[in-house]
Write a protein that binds this ligand. Structure first.
Ligand code: AN0
Ligand code: CP
Length: 318
């Protein structure tokens, strides 16, 4: 594995989950494989979980870890080629990437969709520049169109909590005051479509996700109907994907907020969310605080998904 940006990079998914669960049993068993290797984490956007869990994963493997917040203390980076740099950005990403790469062995990148151009976002312009110009293994810590460390942690969590061989997993859109990327639902769909689950997506009309991620998933526009008999509810807000509304908030309808009303339709489903979550917009206090809420163990599994990915990058490149 040279890069980690989507589910395909893991190869056999069942084997990847098995490896992750083995790592979870003894996360310090591989503390020599990263010795004298340096992990650089580059953030263009805020983070709590990704920052801490990925740093912890690197440390579990014996790596040195460094973090750069591009927008807090570093030079502002120009990312377009051909621009006359007479504005507020003193450095170009095409110099910054090889310089950063010269100090490290593996690079993690967080760079959200900007919603300025669907083409720029969906071509994954930023992380692909890191892949092209760093010469180092690169992994996504949420790029413009995917968050594969999150989805891998989600799958590990479902594997741990499922009570039947093929659970019903429902991805539901939920309201939020700001336009959020499609990265989390895209990757969740990407993984669920490859996993042994009955996968349903529910959202208001206009919130259709990109077809390359939805693939054969069942779309149900009636949220209450979608929740019937569900074993896992995975809530997330996202902005519209389809033109001409790309990146726009089309609805703040709080009847979509996940509450006891919808959860009562499920098969005592577990509630999942990647966090951070806005209470009483995405989910009610009661549901997120209920015994069925597994958002904390889900977040804890971010350390395990990151460690599995970094371990594989170390093993196949060094
Ligand atoms: C981000 C998003 O929706 O992609 C990060 C989630 C892990 N969320 C927010 O910006 C609130
Ligand atoms: N779930 C997740 O990626 O959280 P952060 O944005 O806090 O890293």
């Amino acid at each position: 594995m040279k890069t980690y940006t989507n589910v395909k990079d893991l190869g056999n998914l069942q084997e990847a989950v098995k490896e992750a669960l083995e790592i979870k049993k003894n996360r310090y068993a591989y503390k020599h494989i990263g010795e004298n290797k340096t992990l650089l984490m580059v953030f263009f956007n805020s983070s709590l979980r990704t920052r801490l869990s990925t740093q912890k994963a690197g440390m579990n493997l014996g790596m040195n870890t460094m973090v750069l917040d591009v927008n807090a203390g570093a030079w502002k980076l120009e990312t377009e080629r051909g621009v006359v740099m007479d504005g507020d950005k003193p450095e170009h990403i095409l110099e910054a990437i090889p310089v950063m790469a010269s100090y490290c062995d593996i690079i993690g990148v967080r760079s959200f969709a900007r919603f300025e151009s669907k083409k720029f976002d969906y071509e994954e312009t930023i992380i692909n520049q890191f892949i092209q110009y760093s010469g180092k293994p690169v992994f996504s810590m949420e790029a413009a169109t995917g968050h594969p460390l999150q989805a891998f942690a989600d799958l590990i969590t479902i594997e741990e909590y499922k009570k039947i061989a093929r659970p019903k997993v429902v991805l539901t859109w939920a309201p939020h005051p700001r336009a959020l990327p499609q990265a989390v639902p895209n990757s969740f769909a990407d993984f669920m479509n490859e996993a042994d689950v009955d996968f349903v997506i529910t959202h208001p009309e206009g919130y259709e996700l990109a077809p390359q991620f939805v693939r054969g998933a069942h779309i149900e526009y009636d949220q209450m109907k979608a929740f019937e008999g569900a074993d896992f509810i995975y809530a997330k807000s996202w902005a519209a994907y389809e033109d001409p509304n790309y990146g726009k908030v089309l609805s703040t309808d709080r009847s979509w907020t996940v509450s006891d009303r919808q959860m009562a339709k499920t098969n005592k489903a577990y509630f999942m969310h990647c966090l951070p979550v806005r209470r009483n917009m995405i989910v009610t206090d009661d549901v997120i605080e209920s015994p069925q809420s597994i958002v904390i163990p889900e977040a804890a599994n971010r350390e395990i998904s990151a460690q599995t990915v970094i371990k594989r990058l170390l093993e196949s490149n060094y």
